[in-house]
Design a protein around this ligand. Structure first.
Ligand SMILES: NC(=O)C1=CN([C@@H]2O[C@H](COP(=O)(O)OP(=O)(O)OC[C@H]3O[C@@H](n4cnc5c(N)ncnc54)[C@H](O)[C@@H]3O)[C@@H](O)[C@H]2O)C=CC1
Ligand SMILES: CC(=O)C(=O)O
Ligand SMILES: [Mg+2]
Length: 567
């Protein structure tokens, strides 16, 4: 949308005022008020979008807690999209932590108690017979390009929440990726919950039933995916916060059928790859030279591991088997090693260590090999946390790592902030400012021994997924390949401040994320052309121009009433 664009709108009276897509509140001009029959519904003065943003800021300040601010922003979104996104864009760095991690975790945990108005589509297992009808009711006549869905089994680091998250993730696509909010839908796939507190809570708004698994679950998901394929064949289908037993499995199941994307697996893998590309640029080594510990081998941990492994194979020309050996994965039962037998989840094979490997021999089969044991034995150069286990990167662990490594690369990625494996200020202090750090949620800068601020990069998938998604949509690629993702990660890394100054952040600042994600989208779309996956009738040389044109901006256009116009 741009300010001189004219829209023909078919809604009048209450209809236009209550539509968040079209509502302008006090910014409707006198002429629009007359045409749409709302002169008597609004106070006299016509405000600019600037005035409205100033008013919103005043109102926001009256809310003391971040959770209340989140609720306030949520209701603004339900009233007026242009104002919501314009206001957020103006105060992006300040407000991302309010509408996204860490506050969104608390908002989701409180979802039923804070509930005011539903947003997006709810597909619930007991209503599966009417799924097609419900789906069509919501999407019919709409030009949807993006579907964000979640079954809410593994919300951020706070586990099973029954319902939540997809609306915040969709909003970030618009805010950072520039995707028109009218072209997105967020879908809650409610298959129950195993969260006892929610099941006991009379105000819980989801389906109060234990989480359904197995064939019934698979059929339900399949029914939904087939509807997306049938009615929205060119859309990108984004999966968010599915549980570890489903995330990778579902991705693999539909990978060849539709443009599917699992954010926790691929988005986290991509942003972490970008952070490591920068970090190895600082240490003047290769990715394939690193010894990498991944602590927490769930959806994110495995997604990161696979992404890094694939990048080693593709960019550093090493064999897959050799690249696999650069990783030591640790989960609840310690290091993933063959003698864990049945305790090992399926799909981990590539990364399970043999007990008789040189570095591990000393531990023997019986012993649970702890993080500290592995750090001592392996002397890692990279330590990544996605375990939801706060404080597990202890002073001893960090100092041990720093003994063997000039610039240890430490990425405690668990969200929200309270679950971080190590507070980045502590890691900075324990390594005398040597650690190259990035976290999953935002943290203020740490102090270097020379008194300088060290900006902690926010290694959150939101720094890249809007651009990955936009790139796929822009090129209308039917699939999102690993090489398209690597191209996006490489572009993100190329924009990192640490490339110019080794004591600067490993990733671009979230304040710059809209411009950065445009670059990511361009890289992804160009790669789609190179691979022959682009499905648009124009050429690669037009990618940037088309990306700029396709970006949605939160600006009011001019409206003209037309009974045959848009709704
Ligand atoms: N920064 C980012 O962009 C992202 C961060 N995350 C964060 O990563 C964390 C994990 O998320 P998912 O992988 O989706 O969850 P998940 O539940 O799939 O994985 C967590 C894994 O950690 C293991 N674990 C739990 N306690 C542990 C302990 N004490 N020691 C070792 N392992 C332990 C679990 O057994 C599980 O395998 C969450 O906090 C999430 O918010 C996830 C996706 C993106
Ligand atoms: C950032 C994200 O996707 C997560 O923590 O689950
Ligand atoms: Mg997630």
């Amino acid at each position: 949308m741009n300010s001189n664009q004219t829209f023909r709108v078919a809604l009048r009276d209450e209809g236009i005022i209550t539509s968040p897509r079209w509502n302008k509140g006090t910014a409707f001009t006198d002429e629009e008020r007359r045409q749409f029959g709302i002169t008597g519904r609004l106070p006299f003065r016509v405000n600019s979008l600037e005035d409205q943003c100033a008013r919103v800021y005043d109102q926001l300040k009256t809310h003391e807690s971040d959770l209340r601010k989140n609720a306030f922003m949520q209701s603004l979104k339900a009233q007026n999209w242009v104002l919501y996104y314009a206001f957020l864009s103006k105060h992006l760095k300040e407000l991302m932590p309010i509408i996204y991690t860490p506050t969104e975790a608390d908002a989701i945990a409180q979802y039923s108690h804070l509930f005011r108005r539903s947003e997006g589509l709810f597909l619930t297992l007991p209503h599966q017979d009417s799924m097609e009808e419900d789906f069509l009711h919501h999407v019919k006549g709409r030009d949807i390009h993006l579907v964000v869905c979640s079954d809410a089994e593994a919300i951020l680091g706070i586990g099973d929440q029954g319902v939540g998250i997809s609306t915040a993730k969709a909003a970030v696509y618009t805010l950072i990726g520039g995707i028109d909010p009218a072209k997105t839908i967020s879908v809650t796939l409610d298959v129950g919950t195993n969260n006892e507190d929610l099941l006991k809570d009379p105000l819980y708004v989801g389906w109060p039933h234990e989480r359904v698994r197995g064939e019934v679950y698979d059929k339900f998901i399949d029914k939904f995916v087939q509807l997306v394929r049938k009615y929205l064949p060119h859309s990108l289908l984004h999966f968010e916060d599915f549980g570890v037993t489903n995330a990778q499995r579902i991705l693999e199941l539909y990978h060849d059928q539709h443009a599917v994307f699992n954010d926790d697996v691929q988005g986290t893998g991509a942003v972490t790859l970008a952070a490591l590309m920068t970090a190895v640029g600082v240490t003047k080594t290769r990715l394939a030279d690193q010894r990498i510990i991944v602590f927490g081998a769930g959806s994110a941990g495995l997604g990161i591991t696979r992404q890094l492994r694939d990048a080693m194979v593709k960019t550093d020309n090493v064999k897959r088997e050799d690249a696999n050996k650069r990783f030591w994965l640790i989960d609840r039962f310690g290091l993933l090693k063959q003698s864990l037998g049945d305790k090992l989840r399926k799909g981990l094979d590539d990364f399970v260590r043999a007990d008789d490997e040189e570095e591990l021999k000393a531990f023997g089969k019986e012993k649970e090999v702890t993080l500290l044991d592995v750090v001592k034995a392996v002397k890692p150069t990279v330590l990544i946390g996605c375990s939801t286990a706060p404080g597990t990167f202890t002073e001893e662990v960090i100092k041990e790592m720093a003994k063997h490594c000039e610039r240890p690369i430490i990425l405690p990625l668990s969200n929200p902030s309270r679950l971080v494996e190590v507070h980045p200020h502590k890691a900075n202090e324990w390594t005398n400012g040597k650690a190259l750090l990035a976290t999953g949620s935002p943290f203020p800068p740490a102090k270097m021994p020379n008194g300088k601020d060290y900006n902690i990069a926010e290694c959150n998938n939101a720094l890249i997924y809007p651009g990955l998604g936009f790139g796929a949509m822009l090129s209308q690629s039917r699939i999102l390949t690993d090489t398209m993702i690597i191209a996006g990660a490489r572009r993100l890394a190329a924009l990192a401040p640490a490339l110019k100054d080794p004591d600067e952040a490993l990733l671009p600042d979230f304040g710059d994320s809209p411009a950065v994600n445009l670059e990511v989208a361009v890289a992804v779309a160009e790669q789609a052309f190179d691979e022959g996956n682009a499905g648009v009738p124009w050429g690669k040389e037009e990618v940037r121009k088309r990306a700029e044109e396709m970006r949605w901006h939160p600006i009011y256009g001019t409206y003209v009433y037309d009974p045959h116009g848009e709704v």
